[in-house]
Design a protein around this ligand. Structure first.
Ligand code: SF4
Length: 235
C-alpha cells in the first residue's frame, strides 16, 4: 500500500530542510507532493531550479517535456501526475571549465536516503531515471547506448518496478540529438510502460476535470495504470 499525500508532504518538508552536504547549494528542490505510481529521477538541479524551487524548470526541462509531449503528455499534466525526484536535490556548483560539477559519491549516498524513502513510500510501478547518474542508481551502466530504448524490471525494497532509462536532456550533451542516441530515445518513448503511462495519464486528466470524483480519480489512476501496465508488459 503506498503512502498518503500527507506522508509525502511530511517527507518533502523534512527534505527541504536538509543541509547535510557542505559543498552543495540549496535549498533542496522537490516536485509536487503527488501520490503516483510513476517516479521520475533526475540527476541534480541547476541554479534556475534552485531559484524557482521547481525540478526541470529551465532549458533541460523544455527538452524533457518536449519528449513527453510527443507521447501526448504535456508538462502541466506530467507535473500533476508524476512524482519528480532526483539523485541529488541541491545544486552541486560549476567546475572550473563551466560545466555542472558531478556530485561526489558521498553526496549521492547522502541524498540517496531521501530517494530510498520515496521508493518505500510510493512503491512506484514505473521509474524513469534521466541521465547516466540516475540510471546507475538502479542498474550498472557504462554506455547509454546499451540501456536507452530498453525496459527493465527491478526489485525494489518493496515490490518490483519497470524501469525505462532516458538520456539527460541537457544541452551540454549532444547524445540524444544525433544517431544512435536519437533513434534510441524514440525507441524508449515507444516502450510499452511509457505508452501505457501516457494513455492512463490522459484518462486521469479527463477525470480530474469532473467535480466530485477526487477519490475515484486517485484510485482509478493507480489501479488503471497497474492493470494496463500488466496487460501490455512485454519484457
Ligand atoms: S544534496 Fe541532498 S543530502 Fe545533500 S544537502 Fe542537498 S538535500 Fe541534503
Amino acid at each position: 500500500m503506498s503512502a498518503s499525500r500527507q506522508a509525502i508532504k511530511r517527507h518533502q518538508t523534512r527534505l527541504r530542510q536538509c543541509a547535510r552536504c557542505p559543498h552543495m547549494t540549496g535549498p533542496p528542490v522537490t516536485g509536487n507532493a503527488v501520490v503516483s505510481p510513476v517516479l521520475l529521477v533526475g540527476q541534480a538541479p541547476g541554479p534556475k531550479e534552485i531559484e524557482s524551487r521547481k525540478p526541470f524548470a529551465w532549458t533541460a526541462g523544455k527538452t524533457l517535456f518536449g519528449w513527453f509531449s510527443q507521447i501526448g503528455v504535456e508538462e502541466n499534466v506530467f507535473r500533476a501526475g508524476v512524482y519528480m525526484a532526483a539523485v541529488c536535490r541541491c545544486f552541486p556548483g560549476k567546475t572550473p571549465r563551466g560545466g555542472d560539477r558531478v556530485p561526489s559519491r558521498e553526496e549521492v549516498d547522502n541524498c540517496g536516503q531521501w530517494l530510498q524513502a520515496e521508493l518505500r513510500l510510493l512503491q512506484p510501478k514505473l521509474v524513469l531515471p534521466v541521465g547516466k547518474l540516475a540510471i546507475q542508481q538502479f542498474m550498472p551502466v557504462t554506455k547509454l547506448d546499451e540501456v536507452i530504448g530498453k525496459q527493465y524490471r527491478v526489485h525494489l525494497e518493496k515490490g518490483t518496478a519497470d524501469i525505462v532509462p532516458l538520456p539527460h536532456p541537457s544541452g551540454a550533451s549532444p547524445w540524444h540529438r544525433v544517431e544512435p542516441g536519437k533513434g534510441l530515445l524514440q525507441r524508449a518513448l515507444a516502450t510499452s510502460p511509457l505508452v501505457s503511462f501516457s494513455l492512463v495519464l490522459g484518462l486521469w486528466l479527463v477525470l480530474n476535470n469532473i467535480p466530485g470524483i477526487r477519490r475515484m480519480r486517485q484510485e482509478g489512476f493507480r489501479q488503471s495504470f497497474l492493470r494496463k501496465s500488466l496487460k501490455d508488459r512485454r519484457v
